[in-house]
Design a protein around this ligand. Structure first.
Ligand code: ASP
Length: 605
């Protein structure tokens, strides 16, 4: 027996993890290490639930244990103990079916308190509705909770499984630099000032894209890396400034060969880790995904589709509809929800507010109460603006039936797609319309370019993606050029994406030109790539999976923060370490950096 000041228990080997003690161990001596999950005093007998990463076991102390009983009496939640004792079967009436070790308990002979613990800021042994900021500040405690332990273990299993697959298929794990130059993936760079090159900066990689391509030029043929990527984005939705990709690149494989191989990787992963069987993934062109689902990552678990009604609305007097219907960049689309006529006015107001997040100015709707009764059977604030024949043609096109509600989007195409696409997913969730648990697919035939707000072409994937046409055809009509890019989508989430790359310098230069990157700028930023393409670059392509999102989906977590050990908050900070933090003047001087005066925030009074 010892108290907390020394580590006397250490060195006496652990015989089992707490969660692994079971019936076969009855009557044998065990030596366990763990944390006190709970301690209960049952009138002269002390019960301690001892916890480690494998689970919990009940340890019993009775007064026969003498001084050890007295020590057990002192322990509190989260104390660290070494316990020695004998396993005994629980009597039938004390078996706990909810506990993996519920058929046994450990009758303690000795206990060492290896360390004490202050009362934790939140309870760990049961669900408590504690704010995420507190969980993140004390992340090391949050991670003790079973739920978090399971998620990070699943993550480890997933990456081990993927490594095994890639190793077995001849992929080489090669590391690429973290201190590097900008790799454009559409976000801002995280910059690191160089001390030795005054006034110059490294950029943290937004992805290992260019290095993996260069490894293909070097002839490694098959590369992978579980790589950290850094993107300084305004943290919309569920993004992290640093995240992990399973990054893959190969030579001499076609788009469909790469898709087949990576589909096999994901199929085997789900089968082995979750016991889920996937059929072969359907493939959907980007244009179809946008038309039918308003999204390039459609959630195919939801059996609702957008239906174009531009032609029907082009001549109605209702401006809200005829404007977009006659605008080449506009769209009028309908979304029919069977059984949705039960949605209340209040909920419709809620959905109207929801679509306004995506820029929609309103949400028109029609309830079909009695289709056979014609106009009389329809209920809607907008039908009075339309000729009867148009209303009837609309009902026919949508194959409307009693009990349906039909929502409309009318605006610029991008707004309609985003708003109705998001509404479709929200309705799927709210009304539980899912027809299956998992719906994977490939989205292909992406456009090469899209126009930004300033009317300039930008790469939809990244500027190294190969088009499906010649450089001449590309320059002639960049707007209709398609790329050899492919995204793997699961349940409305993009799991990964990649492409066949440009491996010829003339094509790469053409793409840079179209992206308004001058020859000088291209040389300055990507000269090393353009040079490499001149020295026998083989045809190559690859893909990257987002490990965080993959594990989030597989574990049923609702945020990627729950599958990252130490994530950042929505404002890209770490509340535990308080990073980012100020640095002292000496460090700034060494970097030759002078901070501008930061204006104090206005005083409220
Ligand atoms: N580098 C790409 C990305 O981060 C993936 C790829 O094209 O392989 O999205």
């Amino acid at each position: 027996m010892t108290d907390s000041k020394n580590n006397a228990g250490i060195g006496q080997q652990r015989s089992h993890y707490c969660g692994q003690v079971a019936l076969p161990e009855v009557d044998s001596e065990v030596s366990l290490f763990g944390w006190v999950d709970r301690r209960r005093d049952h009138g002269g007998v002390i019960f301690i639930d001892l916890r480690d990463r494998e689970g919990i076991v009940q340890v019993v102390f009775d007064p026969d244990a003498g001084e050890h009983f007295a020590l057990a009496d002192k322990v509190r939640s989260e104390y660290v103990l070494h316990v020695q004792g004998v396993v005994r079967a629980r009597s039938a009436d004390t078996i706990n079916a909810d506990m993996a070790t519920g058929e046994i308990e450990v009758y303690a002979r000795a206990v060492d308190i290896l360390n004490q613990a202050e009362t934790p800021p939140f309870q760990l042994d049961e669900f408590t509705d504690v704010g995420e900021d507190v969980r993140l500040k004390y992340r090391y405690l949050d991670l003790r909770r079973n739920d978090m332990q399971q998620k990070l273990r699943l993550r480890s299993q997933v990456s081990a499984n993927i490594r095994r697959f890639l190793d077995a298929n001849g992929f080489l794990d090669i590391e690429t630099p973290i201190l590097t130059r900008a790799t454009p993936e559409g976000a801002r760079d995280y910059l690191v000032p160089s001390r030795t090159h005054e006034g110059n900066f490294f950029a943290l990689p937004q992805s290992p894209q260019l290095f993996k391509q260069l490894l293909m030029v070097s002839g490694f043929d098959r590369y992978y890396q579980i790589a950290k990527c850094f993107r300084d984005e305004d943290l919309r939705a569920d993004r992290q400034p640093e995240f992990t990709q399973i990054d893959i690149e190969t030579t001499f494989m076609s788009e469909s060969e790469i898709m087949t191989m990576t589909e096999q990787l994901v199929t085997e992963l789900f089968a082995e880790v979750l016991g889920v069987t996937f059929e072969s993934f359907p493939t959907m062109p980007y244009a179809e995904a946008m038309r039918d689902y308003g999204s390039d990552k459609p959630d195919l678990r939801i059996p609702l589709k957008l239906v174009d009604v531009n032609d029907l609305m082009a001549s109605v007097e209702f401006k809200v509809f005829n404007g977009p219907a006659n605008d080449p960049d506009g769209r009028v689309a309908a979304l029919k929800v069977p059984g949705g006529s039960a949605i209340s006015r209040k909920d419709i107001d809620g959905y109207t507010k929801f679509v306004s997040i995506y820029g929609a100015k309103g949400l028109a709707w029609v309830k079909v109460n009695d289709r056979a009764a014609g106009l009389e059977g329809l209920q809607s604030p907008i039908l009075k603006f339309m000729p009867d024949e148009t209303v009837m043609a609309l009902m026919d096109r949508l194959e409307a039936a009693d009990g349906d509600i039909i929502f409309f989007g009318a605006d610029k195409t991008t707004v309609v797609n985003e708003a109705l696409g998001a509404l479709r997913c929200k309705l799927g969730e709210d009304l539980n319309l899912y027809t299956c648990e998992w719906a994977p697919l490939w989205v292909v035939d992406f456009p090469m370019f899209e126009k930004n707000d300033k009317g300039q072409w930008t790469a939809l994937h990244h500027p190294f993606t190969a088009p499906s046409c010649s450089p001449e055809a590309l320059e002639k009509d960049p707007g209709s050029a398609l790329s050899q890019a492919y995204d793997m989508v699961l349940n409305g989430t993009e799991l990964g994406g990649g492409s066949i790359r440009i491996h010829r310098a003339d094509m790469q230069s053409a793409v840079f030109r179209l992206l308004s990157i001058s020859a000088e700028e291209a040389q300055e930023k990507f000269g090393f790539l353009l040079d490499a393409l001149k020295y026998g670059a083989p045809p190559h392509g690859g893909l990257a999976f987002g490990l965080d999102r993959l594990v989030m989906l597989m574990s049923g977590a609702s945020s990627i923060r729950d599958v990252i050990a130490f994530p950042k908050t929505q404002s890209a900070a770490c509340v535990m370490t308080e990073a980012p933090g100020a640095v002292d003047n000496q460090q700034l001087r060494e970097l030759n950096i002078k901070l501008r005066q930061i204006e104090a925030p206005p005083q409220s009074d």
